[in-house]
Design a protein around this ligand. Structure first.
Ligand SMILES: Cc1cc2nc3c(=O)[nH]c(=O)nc-3n(C[C@H](O)[C@H](O)[C@H](O)COP(=O)(O)OP(=O)(O)OC[C@H]3O[C@@H](n4cnc5c(N)ncnc54)[C@H](O)[C@@H]3O)c2cc1C
Length: 310
């Protein structure tokens, strides 16, 4: 059964028309805050709960070299802060934030700067996967870095994409560190499974092969059925805690995450921060099964407020 009912899907289509202040209010739980110190405090709390983190500087689809350079500088500040404060956290980067849509070579140079700074501080960089127009170049950049000897970098594959099982095989020689997620971008049927059950089946197929071939696997999902499949496959492959971890998003099903930690699994939480919160917030809200209720309650609240003259 798909998680979103027909009414909720209609609301999701309307999301871009929802006023920005309401989007911001509804998505507060998914974002640490506007500043690095907000991410720091969030990661501190997570670490105290036995959870590790990956910090994401919000920003994507940038349009100038200067914007990309600013994102690079923000990541260097993040690495310094993680080291200074002794936090247990890596980072996640989006290649369109580092200039992928401007110029491949600019993006490669920016990514290299981030990965090399991370290496100098014994940190790790996960390259997020964006929409399918970027998959080839993202995997190419990942391979180039690895073949140049950079081992502190990992990539993401999306179960939604039909190509993913082939990508798993094509990456195997690198013994890669892979985060497997469903994939959030809306893709056409030629490239992506559209059916909820097919996406789950694709996830399980890819996970099974990754657990046998990858160097490290991040099982990124809040889908309880997939979490059970993840537990089952990890046990079947006889893997210890160094070979895999579960991964979740800040603000999504923290109860499930706490349960995984109690069971002894390693859990990493994705912690975004920064001032460019809008696109990320829309993507999170479109997956929130309670979205329609929240928006209806807020609208009703404002209507009642208005009729009371507040
Ligand atoms: C650590 C991490 C990193 C990710 N990185 C990428 C990436 O690089 N590229 C990419 O395309 N996608 C990425 N994603 C997003 C991913 O592709 C999915 O879109 C997202 O995780 C939702 O899928 P799901 O497996 O949780 O299953 P769903 O079926 O979508 O969700 C399962 C259940 O989780 C709960 N839930 C899910 N989302 C929300 C929400 N926003 N608010 C409230 N409840 C919610 C609901 O109870 C829902 O029924 C990442 C996800 C995680 C956890």
């Amino acid at each position: 059964m798909p998680p979103l009912a027909i009414f909720d899907r209609a609301i999701v289509r309307m999301l871009p028309a929802v006023p920005r202040p309401l989007v911001q209010k509804l998505s507060e739980r998914y974002i640490a805050g506007p500043e690095l110190k907000d991410a720091r405090e969030t990661v501190r709390k997570l670490n105290a709960e036995g959870k590790v983190a990956t910090i994401d500087v919000l920003g994507e689809e940038i349009t100038t070299k200067d914007e990309a350079a600013a994102i690079v500088r923000a990541y260097l500040d993040v690495f310094a802060d993680i080291e200074h404060c002794g936090l247990d956290s890596g980072v996640s980067v989006k290649l369109t934030a580092l200039g992928l849509n401007l110029d491949y070579d600019i993006c490669r140079a920016n990514l290299r700067t981030v990965v090399e700074d991370a290496a100098s501080r014994r940190n790790f960089v996960r390259i997020d996967m964006e929409d399918s127009s970027t998959t080839d170049e993202t995997l190419r950049l990942y391979r180039e870095l690895r073949e140049d000897g950079h081992d502190n970098v990992g990539v993401v594959l999306q179960a939604t994409l039909r190509r993913t099982i082939d990508d798993v095989a094509a990456l195997a020689d690198l013994q890669p560190s892979v985060r497997l997620c469903k994939g959030i971008y809306v893709e056409p049927p030629q490239v992506a499974y559209q059916d909820f059950g097919e996406v789950r089946a694709s996830y399980v197929r890819a996970l099974d092969v990754l657990l046998a071939t990858a160097g490290h696997v991040g099982i990124a999902t809040h889908d309880e059925w997939l979490l059970d499949e993840g537990r089952r496959l990890v046990a079947e492959h006889g893997l210890g805690p160094d070979a895999y971890e579960f991964q979740m998003l800040l603000g999504v099903r923290p109860d499930l995450g706490t349960g995984l930690v109690r069971e002894g699994h390693r859990l990493r939480i994705y912690v975004p921060f920064g001032r460019h919160w809008y696109e990320y917030s829309l993507r999170r809200l479109q997956e929130n099964p309670k979205l329609a209720g929240y928006i209806a309650a807020d609208t009703l609240g404002r209507l009642i407020g208005r009729s009371n003259g507040v």
